[in-house]
Design a binder for this molecule. Structure first.
Ligand SMILES: Cc1cc2nc3c(=O)[nH]c(=O)nc-3n(C[C@H](O)[C@H](O)[C@H](O)COP(=O)(O)OP(=O)(O)OC[C@H]3O[C@@H](n4cnc5c(N)ncnc54)[C@H](O)[C@@H]3O)c2cc1C
Length: 304
């Protein structure tokens, strides 16, 4: 894409310190370990860098994709032919002010939960085993074991495609089950203020360990995946429906419906995006045929 070359040159000139990578294999950035190259990846470390990248991209009519930890993404084997923005540096850090943690969108939820524990703050225990970033977690309203990010988010700082930043209170984020106002990809989550509750560090640690133990026991964490493949359909559990339809172990190429947890599609080794996508479609088709329930993917597709 010639505009991407122009963007690369302009960003090199305007921001000599900005980390830019060309043809970066996305299999290294997704927990499925699948995906072809991203034509251009920018790793801004400050809000000013993000603004500059967005403004330059917008002036060339390039619409970027915001990448978190790639733990809910299925990326095409052909990759992504455009610009990806992945937060780094100061946008991958946090500070604590009394009961509040102000954290960058690029920070991993596991590190954030540990920071909360260090400060004796409770409310993020549920998130310690979710392998995403705060930005991706807010976008998806990630949740587990009765907790959801929207329960602790006080406000979110976002930036639109033209580089305008804004602080949104929780009420303006349209949070729902695996839903937020940011799913349309128009605004980047730069950072968020999390409101937590003072708690006993020992109890917080015990809870995190207990939830970690439950995950290891139930989930096929030994294989690459993107967690729950499908959303929970109203009145049902996706994993139970898939299991009931006899689909555990169903395999396409290197992709398989986990024998351990039917809600997970795993990469048994060498799976392509096409394998995973075909398997997901087969599962949807068979579950619909047998139960009348149409499963909706929780995993997000990127590319062709
Ligand atoms: C083993 C395993 C277990 C999991 N368990 C859970 C679980 O218990 N609960 C749960 O909810 N999920 C779970 N997941 C799924 C996943 O971790 C979450 O959806 C997570 O919130 C995704 O975050 P991410 O940073 O990886 O986002 P990505 O996968 O990189 O992106 C997901 C979406 O968020 C957007 N996005 C990313 N960063 C930003 C940003 N800064 N600003 C705006 N948009 C952004 C992307 O554009 C994309 O649309 C699991 C996944 C795995 C592999």
């Amino acid at each position: 894409m010639p505009q991407l070359d122009t963007l690369f040159q302009r960003l090199r000139q305007r921001l000599p310190g900005l980390e830019l990578r060309k043809d970066e294999p996305l299999s290294r950035y997704t927990t499925f370990r699948v995906g072809g190259p991203a034509a251009l990846m920018a790793l801004p470390a400050t809000e000013e860098e993000v603004r500059a990248v967005l403004q330059e991209a917008s002036s060339l009519d390039i619409h970027p994709f915001f990448l978190g930890n790639g733990s809910n993404l299925l990326v095409s084997d052909r990759g992504y032919p455009g610009l990806m923005i992945k937060l780094s540096g100061a946008l991958d850090s946090c500070r604590c002010v009394e009961k509040r943690i102000i954290a960058g969108g690029g920070m991993l939820l596991s590190r954030l939960s540990s920071a909360a524990l260090e400060h004796g703050l409770s409310g993020l225990e549920f998130a310690s085993g979710i392998p995403g970033t705060l930005g991706g977690g807010i976008c998806m309203n990630a949740g587990a074991y009765g907790g959801e990010l929207c329960q602790v988010v006080a406000s979110v700082r976002v930036m639109d495609g033209q580089g305008n930043a804004e602080d949104l209170p929780r009420e303006a984020c349209d949070f729902g089950y695996r839903h937020s106002a940011f799913l349309d990809g128009q605004r980047l989550v730069l950072s968020a203020v999390l409101e937590l509750t003072p708690g006993d560090p020992q109890a917080i640690r015990r809870q995190m360990e207990e939830l970690g133990r439950r995950r290891r026991e139930k989930q096929p964490l030994e294989y690459p995946s993107a967690g729950s493949t499908f959303k929970r359909p109203p009145g049902h559990y996706a994993a139970a429906l898939i299991d009931q339809c006899g689909l555990k172990g169903l395999t396409v190429g290197g992709a398989q419906v986990s024998e351990k947890h039917a809600g997970f599609v795993i990469n048994r080794g060498g799976a392509t995006c096409a394998d995973i996508h075909t398997l997901m479609e087969r599962v949807q088709g068979e579950v619909f045929r047998q139960t009348g329930v149409m499963l909706e993917p929780e995993v997000r597709y990127l590319g062709d």
